[in-house]
Design a protein around this ligand. Structure first.
Ligand code: ASP
Length: 439
């Protein structure tokens, strides 16, 4: 059994957190490869080391004195090292990093040092090998991630290695310069390593006990999703639910390696298992609810629209020419409605309206703003009668006017449009009917 265990920034923010990680690694010999983030926040108003590094480097790049911020970063690591009581000096590393800052080695280089140094500390603490991600995570000359080369390099480097720490978030380009993934990218590194070693499981340790059925800012004490499929996760993440970096699912998904979201502060809790497919029956009919505010709709009416071949294409072409992506497009016999992001649309509104007039000569058009979209997602919906009925009666009881309904043919989700002001109440009503009352 082989596992990759990735730990997020809050799991590694202090010596105390490192000790929890140590116990977790010790508790399961399969946890042989560890991918750490940089130290995150110790408390709400604290600053992540990555943000300190960016700020520090920006001063260096402007030719300003950056000693104060640099010392703050050093302090964060020494607080951890001293708290762990390990004999490790990072002085040489810090001197080198300082020189590189002065030589303006780049923002990516600067940010990557958070994970790099944390990897060295973690390897010393656990007694594991340290493998610099710059050796094994490869980007091409344009800065695009090179999956194939990375896989080859990782496989070769990890051959015969029993235990190793590989820092997350960065790699190197063909010219040797450092390149990072986007923020939160250590999740991606963990997934890439898990694929390369064909891990049995990719554990992603964080500060929540898994993926929640609904946003905890709206539903206090929301239940945790026990098992979720990659497709369900995509639907929910797209609608704003975040725990994992969006790109982290691709490397492991292809190989059928499950991702297990776990809580460093409560390792005994089961967490959420993300899998390709499962015959485990979901606890509730729905798996999760997520949504976003800030949409606008453009409804277009024209008699006999249904017999006018190419009508939809012409309308969508106007959006394409104005570089506006559309979210949903429910239609009737002689009407179609296009949902777009309001902030993007507002800037080009008049151009798009005149474009549609010219393209399809509609009888009339109606715009509505301040709309929210809610996705009710669940693989269990397909086999359950009356799911849509329950959603809409719950919304009716809560006196919420439904503006739009869209059910994907996969029956994996139902998308509901409501006014922005009804957003929170709508989510509560749906959560209550499926989870709280569990009927
Ligand atoms: N430390 C980086 C960030 O704050 C990457 C990560 O934590 O995954 O975005």
């Amino acid at each position: 059994m082989k596992k990759v265990a990735k730990f997020g920034g809050s799991s590694l923010a202090s010596a105390q957190q490192f000790k929890k990680v140590g116990s977790i690694i010790e508790a399961d010999p399969a946890r042989r490869f560890v991918v750490p983030s940089a130290p995150g926040k110790r408390y709400g108003s604290d600053t992540k080391v990555t943000d300190l590094l960016y700020a520090c480097y920006d001063r260096a790049a402007e030719g300003k004195d950056f000693t104060e911020l640099f010392d703050k970063i050093k302090e964060r690591y020494y607080e951890i090292i001293n708290g762990l009581g390990i004999a490790l000096s990072l002085e040489e590393e810090f001197t080198n990093i300082r020189d590189q800052f002065e030589a303006q080695a780049g923002r990516d280089y600067a940010a990557s040092r958070g994970e790099y140094l944390n990897g060295i500390v973690m390897a010393a603490f656990l007694g594991f090998d340290f493998i610099d991600a710059a050796e094994v995570i490869c980007f091409d000359e344009n800065g695009e991630f090179d999956a194939e080369k990375t896989d080859r390099m990782l496989k070769a480097r990890l051959e015969g290695v029993e235990h190793a720490v590989i820092p997350g978030f960065y790699g190197s380009k063909t010219d040797g310069s450092i390149k990072t993934f986007s923020r939160g990218g250590s999740d991606v590194t963990g997934s890439i390593v898990a694929k390369a070693i064909m891990a049995d499981e990719y554990e992603n340790w964080t500060d929540v006990s898994g993926f929640l059925v609904a946003d905890p800012r709206i539903i206090k004490d929301s239940k945790v999703i026990e098992t979720i499929t990659y497709r369900e996760l995509r639907e929910l993440s797209y609608m704003g639910a975040t725990v994992l970096h969006e790109e982290a699912i691709f490397p492991v998904r292809k190989e059928g390696i499950p991702i297990h979201i776990l809580n460093t502060n409560a390792p005994e809790e089961p967490g959420t298992l993300i899998v390709e497919s499962t015959c485990r029956v979901p606890k509730y009919t729905i798996t999760g609810i997520a949504g976003k505010k800030g949409f606008a709709s453009i409804s277009i009416d024209k008699d006999m629209m249904n017999s006018e071949i190419g009508f939809g294409r012409k309308v969508l072409q106007v959006f394409e020419e104005n570089q506006i992506a559309f979210e949903h497009m429910p239609s009737g016999i002689d009407t179609m409605t296009v949902f777009v992001h309001q902030d993007e649309f507002e800037q080009k509104e008049q151009k798009i309206i005149s474009g549609i007039h010219r393209a399809v000569h509609p009888d009339y058009m109606e715009l509505e703003s301040d709309l929210a979209l809610i996705a009710v997602v669940g693989r269990g919906m397909r086999a359950t009668r009356g799911t849509a009925g329950r959603i809409f009666s719950a919304l009716a009881h809560a006196r919420i006017n439904v503006k739009m309904i869209d059910q994907g043919s996969s029956e994996l989700n139902v998308i509901i449009g409501v006014k922005n002001d009804d957003f929170e109440e709508a989510i509560k009503a749906i959560y209550d009917i499926f989870v709280t009352t569990q009927i």
